[in-house]
Ligand binder design. Structure first.
Ligand code: SAM
Length: 291
């Protein structure tokens, strides 16, 4: 995946060497390389303010709700309590800002590995960062999520774990390992719910085939969801939701009343969520060997 500046004008987010999206660059606001990744933030005339991490499209101001709302509101519909919520990754503060819309969330901790992502997002995505950091229920840990869930103080603690990471390469590689899912499970209450960014469902077949068996070993109730997310490769993106109790993971828990109670939800209706749980044959077929 390479976001390359061509003639200083176009930024390409190439998911494969033969396929990708391009964005006409407006003002480049950040172009730095940290200990973990390259961060590029730029303004565009049509696609909003965009952040690329390691040359990979991450988020833009015009599409954020398509990704952040399902990541926050679907798992929070499926937990019995909202005492302790954990986000791993999430350094742009987008998911955190949506989680905190839930007034009954007591504590939210976000464990992000790269302090420089946090710093530039405070400056260039101030709305999300302000909503999170201005809320006394929010706390930030700079560190590796893989180590964070191993800490003795984090055992049997979380009602929901939201893994909002970069694609599983470099520092995020271990976030789809079997040993990581064992530690995530141990960090959750028995009725806790996990949601994780998955992968494109059209071209990232290999990632699904690696990730699914590892999750399934620790979470008996596991569902991939097909969620349309603009600019994420082909747009036919998948998330995964999992838990240890069958009763928790039920799309019927996303009711109209629930959505209305959050307020100003832009991309989710109860019928859409039911549809996202109902997988199309092409996707079912290629994951059928591992689910
Ligand atoms: N929605 C996004 C996408 O398209 O990939 C993800 C956004 S969020 C900014 C991803 C964050 O995960 C990055 O800031 C990255 O530093 C963080 N991350 C990657 N590996 C991590 C790890 N092992 N522990 C904690 N955070 C991690």
């Amino acid at each position: 995946m390479n976001a390359e500046k061509i003639d200083g004008t176009y930024i390409f987010d190439e998911s494969l060497s033969s396929y990708g999206n391009f964005f006409k660059a407006g003002k480049i606001l950040v172009d730095i390389t940290t200990a973990y990744q390259k961060i590029l933030i730029m303004d565009t005339s049509d696609a909003g303010r965009i952040m690329f991490l390691d040359n990979d499209f991450n988020v833009s101001t015009i599409m954020e709700s398509f990704y952040h709302e399902p990541m926050a509101h679907i798992p929070l519909a499926m937990v019995n309590q909202k005492e302790n919520i954990l986000i791993i990754g999430g350094g742009d503060f987008g998911v955190a800002s949506h989680v905190l819309k839930h007034k009954d969330v007591r504590h939210l901790v976000m464990c992000e590995i790269d302090e420089q992502v946090v710093q530039v997002c405070r400056r260039y995505f101030p709305d999300w960062a302000g909503k999170a950091e201005g809320d006394p229920r929010f706390s930030l840990v700079i560190g590796d999520g893989i180590e964070f869930v191993k800490k003795p103080g984090n055992k049997a603690k979380f009602d929901a774990v939201i893994i909002d990471s970069t694609d599983p390469f470099s520092s995020a590689r271990g976030l789809i390992a079997e040993s990581f899912y064992a530690d995530v499970k141990a960090s959750m209450k028995p009725d806790g719910v996990l949601i994780q960014i998955g992968a494109d469902t059209v071209i990232y077949k290999k990632l699904w085939l690696e990730m699914i068996p590892n999750i399934r070993k620790h979470f008996p109730f596991f569902y991939p969801l097909l969620v349309p997310i603009p600019f994420y490769v082909t747009g036919a993106w998948g998330l995964v939701i999992a838990g240890s109790e069958e009763s928790s993971i039920d799309p019927a828990r996303v009711t109209g009343e629930y959505i209305n109670s959050i307020g100003n939800v832009k991309t989710i209706t109860p019928d859409m969520v039911k549809g996202w749980f109902s997988l199309p044959p092409y996707f079912k077929e290629y994951i059928s060997g591992v689910v």
